[in-house]
Write a protein that binds this ligand. Structure first.
Ligand SMILES: N[C@@H](CCC(=O)N[C@@H](CS)C(=O)NCC(=O)O)C(=O)O
Length: 221
């Protein structure tokens, strides 16, 4: 499969929300990469040699450049091609978009991790983090009220950067999440989970090994 082997190498882990947002942007851009699915408990030497910090996603371009932050991979893909204009929200007000992404990846992710961890052992212990994360989600619900998107008139960078994390927040306790009066947020998340786009980026792949076949991503619809 020589036509796959020359493509940028994309290290991914299916369930990781950071990898998911990168896959969403790559798929939307139409840019092709060769996907290498790894397990975080069994990181291949080639992966660690590419990016010693050892987090997914990682993209290695044909010229040897390594991009190992999910946001940067989103920007790289959409910088190649952005047919749905995901970056419009960024161009319009980069500082505001950055504040949103920093809050999402900072305080909200912090709450998400502690809520998720606590909910596995003791539902009450995580309630402070659930409530604090919930305050952020209440704001999102209000932001979604006008257009059903966080990025302006249509779904874009801010939506697809955050949807995988909001999905995880729901998974920690779906009954609680579904009980909250967040009508716009529920519609937004539900639309994403029902979408062909979500199914496409959640396809399962075998764990990469150096002797295996290369896998082109995005897959043919
Ligand atoms: N800031 C990084 C964070 C990526 C990250 O933390 N990914 C997790 C998986 S969701 C990871 O690879 N953790 C390393 C590990 O668990 O060993 C990004 O945005 O790409």
């Amino acid at each position: 499969m020589a036509h796959v082997d020359h493509l940028p190498i994309f290290w991914s882990f299916r369930r990781c929300p950071y990898a998911m947002r990168a896959r969403l942007a790559i798929a939307a851009s139409g840019q092709k990469v060769q996907l290498r699915e790894i397990l975080l408990r069994d990181k291949p030497a080639d992966f660690l040699a590419t990016s010693p910090k050892g987090t997914v996603p990682v993209l290695k371009l044909e010229n040897g450049q390594v991009i190992d932050e999910s946001r940067d991979i989103m920007f790289w893909a959409l910088g190649q091609n952005d047919p749905e204009n995901w970056l419009a929200v960024w161009r319009q007000n980069p500082a505001l978009a950055m504040v949103f992404l920093d809050r999402l990846d900072g305080a909200f992710k912090h709450d998400l991790d502690r809520y998720k961890y606590a909910s596995r052992y003791n539902r009450d212990a995580g309630s402070a983090h659930r409530d604090s994360g919930g305050t952020f989600l209440t704001e999102l619900d209000q932001d979604l009220q006008q257009t059903g998107a966080l990025s302006g008139p249509h779904l874009g960078l801010l939506d697809f950067a955050s949807l995988p994390f909001v999905r995880q927040f729901r998974i920690a306790d779906p009954d609680w999440f579904d009980d909250q009066s967040w009508p716009h947020l529920h519609a937004w998340l539900g639309g994403f989970l029902d979408s062909a786009r979500f199914r496409l980026v959640m396809q399962k792949y075998p764990q990469w090994n150096p002797d295996g076949l290369s896998i082109a991503f995005p897959p043919q619809p």
